[in-house]
Design a protein around this ligand. Sequence first.
Ligand code: FAD
Ligand code: AMP
Length: 478
Amino acid sequence: MADVYDVVVIGGGPAGYVAAIRAAQLGLKTACVEKWINKQDKPALGGTCLNVGCIPSKALLESTELYETARHNFFDLGINVGDVSLDVPKMISRKDQIVKDLTGGVAMLFKHNGIDWLQGEGKLLADKQVQVTDQKGKTSVVQAGNVILATGSVPIELSATPLDGDIVVDSAGALDWESVPSSVCVIGAGVIGLELGSVWRRMGSEVVLLEAQDTFLPMVDGAVAKEAKRAFEKQGLSILLSTRVMGSEVKKGQVVVSYHDSEGDHERTFDKLIVAVGRRAYTDNVCASEADVQLDERGLIHVNEYCETNVPGVFAIGDVVRGPMLAHKGSEEGVMVAERIAGEHASVNYDVMPNVIYTHPEVAWVGKTEEQVKSEGIDYQVGSFPFAASGRAKAKGDTTGLVKIIRDKSNDRVLGAHLIGPSASELLGQSVLAMEFDATVEDIAHTIHAHPTLSEAMHEAALSADGRAIHIGNRKRK
Ligand code: FAD
Ligand code: AMP
C-alpha cells in the first residue's frame, strides 16, 4: 500500500520547504518531493533561491562590493592598503560553501521536523496521488490528503541566443566563472541582469546591458529609477535601452551579439553573454492530465487569493503562481497554505510586498509608486530626503540616493516607500512594518530614531511630507 501523508509538497525551494516545515510544526504528516541535483552532483533542497539565486548572488555581491570599496574608497577613509587583488576561485568556493551550509541546513530542519524528503521528480496524478521518480528512474506512489505544488520557475531561454554553459550562460552559469572576462554582455536590464552585471563589473569586466524596453526599471518609482540609472552608469555599467537582441554566435572563444536599436542593426563581440530576460513558471510534467489542474493564460498554475487551485485539496505557491517571483512571497504563501490546511485562518497581504535590487546603491521599495498613485487619481503627497544630508551616510562615505515616502492625503496612510542608497534593503523594513500596521506618516514622523543612523533619513522624509524636515531646506506644504 502507498505511504499516506497529510501533506505532500512538490518542490523544496523557499516556497515548498517553508510550507513543509510549517505543516510539520502544525502536526501534519508531511513529505516534500525535490529533484534538485547540485553542482557537486548531490541531491539538494532550497531550490533556485538557495542554490543558484538569492543566496549565491548575494555572496558574490558582498565579496565584490568589498573589493570595490577596498580599491576605491579606503583611501578616502584614511586607510592605505597595498595592492588589492582578487582571488576569483576563492570567491566562488566561498559562495559554494555558503550554499552548501544553507541547503544542508534545510535538510537538517526537515529531519528535526520529521519531514520525509522524497528525492526525485514528483508528478501529481488523479485523487491526490503523487508519483515519485528517483534518479535511477524507479517510480513509487504516495497518497496525499493535501498536495502543495511549489515547482518554482526556470530562466527563460531565447532560441536566438542558445546557451553553451560557458560563453553564453543564464543567471546560474554567471555565478560560476572562475576568471574575470574582459567584456560581458547582459541581455535584460532587470533585477537579475543588474545584480550579475554589477558583480562582474566590480571584478573588472566591461559590462554592457542591452534592454528591449525604453524605460529603465519600469516597476520602480520614477525618481528612484532615474537616480539608479545615473549611479550605475557612473560606476561604468553601460545600459542601452530600446535595444533588442536578435541573436548571438560563438566564434573563436568569444560571442558575437547582434542587436537592433533606433539607429539600425549592430554586431558586437564580447567574452561572455548572460541571458537574463526573466523566468517562467515551471510546470513541465508536474501534473498528469487526469489530475485536472488548470493553468492560466500565462502558463502559471491558476490559484485564488488563498493559493487554492481548481482541485480541492491541491494548492500551488511561489514562482509557479501569479505575483512577483520573490522568495519571501513564496515562503509566506507556504505558511498560509500550511496553516489553512491545519484549519487556521491565514492570509497573505499582497499589497505590502517588499522588493529589493541588491546593487550598490541598493534599490528597495514597497507599495505604490508615485506614477501609480497619480494614474489612480489618489490625492497624495510626497516626502523625501537625500542621503547626502544624512550624518551617518556622510560618516560612511556613502551618500548616493534618497528616501521617498508617499502618503494618502485623505488619511495620512503610507501608500508607498521608495529607497535608493546604503543598506536600503534593511531600511525598507520599517516602511513595510508601518504599512502592515496601517501606521500614518505622522506616526513615523513622531517615532524617535537613533542618531546617527541611516534610518533617520526615513524619519526626515516623513517630516518633509509637510515641510518639517530639519536637515534640508524645505517649505511648509499646503
Ligand atoms: P524555486 O526556488 O524555483 O524551487 C522550486 C523547486 O522545485 C526546485 O528546487 C526544483 O528542483 C523543484 N521541482 C520542480 N519540479 C519538480 C518536480 N516535478 N519534482 C520535484 N521537484 C521539483 N528572490 C528574492 O526574493 N530575493 C533575491 O535576492 C533573489 N535573487 C535572485 C537571484 C537570482 C540570480 C535568481 C535566479 C533568482 C532570485 N530570486 C530572488 C528569485 C527567487 O530565487 C525565487 O523567487 C524563489 O526561488 C522562488 O521560490 P519557489 O520555491 O517558488 O521556487
Ligand atoms: P526581469 O524580468 O526583471 O528579469 O527582466 C528581464 C528583462 O529582459 C526585461 O526588462 C525585458 O524587457 C528584457 N528582454 C527580454 N528579451 C529581450 C531581448 N531580446 N533583448 C533585450 N532585452 C530583452
